[in-house]
Design a protein around this ligand. Structure first.
Ligand SMILES: Cc1cc2nc3c(=O)[nH]c(=O)nc-3n(C[C@H](O)[C@H](O)[C@H](O)COP(=O)(O)OP(=O)(O)OC[C@H]3O[C@@H](n4cnc5c(N)ncnc54)[C@H](O)[C@@H]3O)c2cc1C
Length: 289
């Protein structure tokens, strides 16, 4: 049992996001990716996503508990308050506590569009309320999401940063949405620091491997894809290996700048595939045993 907040200080963390697999074929792919990531990077921790509305409720729990039991990578369970009642969330947190899980990423989530209206919001409206609930249910290390370009629902960046500061004040650390401009991350950290907050904010990096996924995810998260990058990807969109090469180059360059500017580590959105993340880490000389 390890609290991530206790192992972050004094090291440059390299962490990964994984999805709980849906089928046995996906399970095999995840196992292969995990083995490769473990050997090549030995991640500081791995975070396991949760489907808003509870669609991965059991699968997230099962994978988190399995990783904890295997002792190969400190797991962090994502939990989403949208479309859940307070009692359901308390029950999920209680099960984690009983299983010895110490790390939770508390999120609002974006409920699927077909979620019934009465469930869409959930009883807890914002992630900050889930941070409070988690802290009241057990002695969890609680992380939160940060949005360097501002959350798409926010009227402006200033109000989003103020809300982030409120939740980070009671949480232990933050992980950002993916982004491409290092200045968006630096301004977020400066802003939090001006508000008296110096808790770790780990930048999230998404190595581009698929143009369609990039467009979809950028739309969902409100991340701006710089015009020059979009044009480079467009020009090779029908050549997957070229897309991947550009993705690795861009992620390596972004990671290098972030670490140089003092980021406490890097968090990789792996999409359950090891190759691009491993390549970026090897280029940067980080995370390797
Ligand atoms: C690292 C990371 C991991 C993620 N993992 C998942 C996942 O596993 N599953 C999933 O479904 N989604 C996931 N997401 C996406 C996330 O759920 C969405 O970005 C969601 O829209 C916002 O979540 P949040 O926790 O930042 O929400 P919040 O912190 O609640 O913020 C949402 C909006 O409300 C505003 N706000 C916050 N507090 C208040 C308040 N008290 N009063 C008024 N306004 C307020 C904020 O400024 C923002 O505009 C992840 C995102 C990140 C960055």
């Amino acid at each position: 049992m390890t609290k991530i907040s206790e192992i972050l200080p004094g090291r440059r963390s390299v962490s990964i996001e994984l999805w709980p697999p849906r089928t046995s074929a996906a399970e095999e792919r995840l196992e292969a990716a995990l083995a490769e990531l473990d050997t090549a990077i030995h991640p500081t921790f791995c975070s396991i996503t949760y489907g808003a509305g509870g669609s991965t409720r059991e699968r997230t729990h099962e994978l988190v508990v399995r990783l904890e039991a295997a002792g190969r990578c400190v797991p962090m369970a994502h939990l989403v308050c949208a479309a859940h009642s307070r009692a359901e969330l308390a029950e999920i947190l209680g099960r984690y506590r009983a299983a010895g899980i110490e790390n939770v990423l508390a999120l609002r989530g974006d409920p699927p569009l077909d979620t019934p209206v009465e469930l869409a919001t959930g009883e807890l409206v914002h992630a900050v309320e889930l941070v409070e609930l988690a802290k009241s249910v057990g002695d969890f290390c609680v992380a939160v999401a940060a949005h360097p370009e501002g959350h798409p629902d926010s009227p402006d960046r200033e109000s989003d940063r103020r809300r982030l500061a409120e939740k980070l004040a009671i949480a232990d650390f933050a992980i950002t949405q993916f982004f491409f401009r290092v200045e968006d991350y630096l301004s977020l950290v400066d802003d939090l620091s001006a508000r008296g907050l110096s808790k770790p904010v780990i930048p999230g990096i998404q190595p581009i491997t698929n143009p369609r996924t990039l467009v979809k995810m950028a739309e969902m998260s409100g991340c701006a894809v710089p015009e020059e990058l979009a044009a480079r990807i467009d020009a090779v969109a029908d050549r997957p290996e070229e897309v991947r090469k550009i993705g690795v180059e861009v992620a390596t360059d972004l990671g290098a700048q972030l670490l140089e500017q003092g980021a406490p580590g890097l968090h990789f959105y792996t999409m359950n595939v090891a190759a691009a993340t491993v390549e970026v880490c090897q280029n940067l000389g980080i995370g390797v045993r």
